[in-house]
Design a protein around this ligand. Structure first.
Ligand code: SAM
Length: 254
């Protein structure tokens, strides 16, 4: 029997198990310390609350729980005004749910996914390839290990580019606006783009008005900014700033 008939794709979770285990480990450490210094019992509370919150969020994002990652990433696809002809790049593809969705939606497209695949994330190139195989689109997809900070492609190589919840995660670049510039560098003139991220986080992207003005100053033909955090399917509890409360989509035509 083929992989496709027997297996399900594994698209991973934006709340890593390391975050959950870290919260519970800190809570236990404070509890143990409190047997010697009773005041430390106070320290258990924030970590227990973090554990409960992150466990809830993980469940809501999970494919076998609330499955909220699918509609949130589909907001990117909906904002990409593309005819599906040519090459598309997904920057920071994780386990490739967005890249695979594009390959399924656009049967003529060649889809490339890049990611750093390291650190706290439980994603890998091998899982991307397996997921593409299961979904029956592996023949039109390729995956490469690369950084969003230095994409290994020449200028204007792609007809379209997307990214979902990645730029704010790139640790080695302080000004995350540089990552948007790098992403747009590899899009053709007249090509299209849709990037979803926590664009309202000032420490990463500066003020929204300045961000928009800056992107326009790079000679981008059409560009818009959409508030996706108020999508009605996102529960209020997940709209905290560090979760998906500050997400927006930057989209348009180069
Ligand atoms: C929240 S996950 C989103 C994954 C995927 N876009 C999705 O929607 O499921 C953030 C991703 O950013 C990737 N990432 C972090 N730093 C990166 C870098 N410098 N270059 C490329 N990807 C990076 C991580 O490996 C991870 O896959």
């Amino acid at each position: 029997m083929s992989v496709r008939q027997t297996a399900e794709p594994e698209y991973g979770n934006w709340v890593s198990t390391k975050l959950i285990y870290g919260s519970i480990a800190m809570s236990i450490s404070f509890f143990v310390l409190s047997s010697v210094f009773p005041i430390f019992v106070v320290g258990t509370i924030p970590f227990l609350l973090s554990f409960a919150y992150f466990a809830y969020a993980r469940h809501m994002f999970s494919q076998r729980g609330g499955n909220l990652q699918a509609p949130i990433r589909n907001l990117v696809v909906e904002h990409l005004d593309w005819d599906g002809e040519g090459k598309v790049l997904d920057i920071g593809c994780g386990n490739a749910p967005l890249a695979i969705e594009l390959a399924k939606r656009y049967p003529s497209a060649q889809v490339t996914g890049i990611d750093y695949w390291g650190g706290m994330w439980e994603y890998s190139k091998a899982v991307c390839e397996r997921n593409a195989e299961i979904e029956g689109v592996a023949g039109r997809m390729n995956f490469q290990k690369a950084s969003a900070a230095a994409l290994p492609f020449e200028d204007e190589y792609f007809d379209a580019a997307v990214s979902n919840l990645v730029f704010h995660e790139v640790g080695d670049v302080k000004d995350k606006r540089e990552l948007i510039k790098e992403a747009l560098r590899v899009v053709k003139r007249g090509g299209v783009f849709a990037f979803q991220d926590l664009f309202l986080l000032k420490r990463h992207f500066g003020k929204v008005d300045d961000l928009v003005a800056m992107i326009k100053s790079w000679g981008i033909k059409e560009m818009a900014f959409a508030d996706t955090s108020d999508s009605e399917f996102i529960p209020k509890a997940l709209r905290l700033p560090f979760m998906v409360g500050r997400i927006r989509i930057i989209y348009g035509k180069k």
